[in-house]
Design a protein around this ligand. Sequence first.
Ligand SMILES: *[C@@H]1O[C@H](CO)[C@@H](O)[C@H](O)[C@H]1NC(C)=O
Length: 237
Amino acid sequence: MKFTIATAIAALSTFALLSDAHISFRYPCPRRGPYSECPQPKDNEWQLVDYDVQSPIGTYNNIQDPICKHPSSFDGVRPVFQAGQVVQTKMDVDVNHLGGSCQWALSYDNGSTWVVIQDQFQNCMANAPSSSTYTVNLKIPDDAPTGNNVILNWLWNNNEGNRELYSSCADIKIQGTNGGSISGVKPLYANYGAGSPYIPEKAVSGGNWGKQFFDARPSVTITVPAQKVKRQIVEMY
Ligand SMILES: *[C@@H]1O[C@H](CO)[C@@H](O)[C@H](O)[C@H]1NC(C)=O
């Protein structure tokens, strides 16, 4: 076979298809994702749209992106979740890598501290069909404090394939108690850069899926100050 520019381009685009698309949030909207129902870029922001929003943020020896790949969402309405609500989140699935372990975490301080609110170990996304929008229930804790600038983060370590960490961040609001605290464990960031905990491929490791690392996650309590009640000031002349 003659090696031509056309075959080179074909090879490159096949590689791009295989390597570029896996899983991200679709609802709530991932920051700067390309979805028509999500907050849209302004005229000068089109180059910020992330068409690669489903790709992992790093591997066991390389950090490609921070935990929240983008520092913010496009301006728009954030979904409001109630404390105690079961939210039907939607995942944009390309391939499921035979499932893996998911963690969902909240941050009330712009990503400085996180608390895990839900885990699903070993079989998370295993039943998600390829090229589908897949619903996953997420329970917002009953004691989640109110927050107008809360980040919801979904993390996933896949069972099969490259040793990667997937992460999707969505900006949300929570209505709960006005001021309070929420406790749990800190998220595990495995397969995410040199020296990070290494979770092997489950299929070739006798079933080791990293339980020891998830069990060792340290506790954390996040305290959210009460918000001042807005008063309407009526000025009289
Ligand atoms: C939140 O953090 C990002 C970095 O991740 C930063 O760029 C942004 O300015 C911060 N936003 C606020 C409101 O502090």
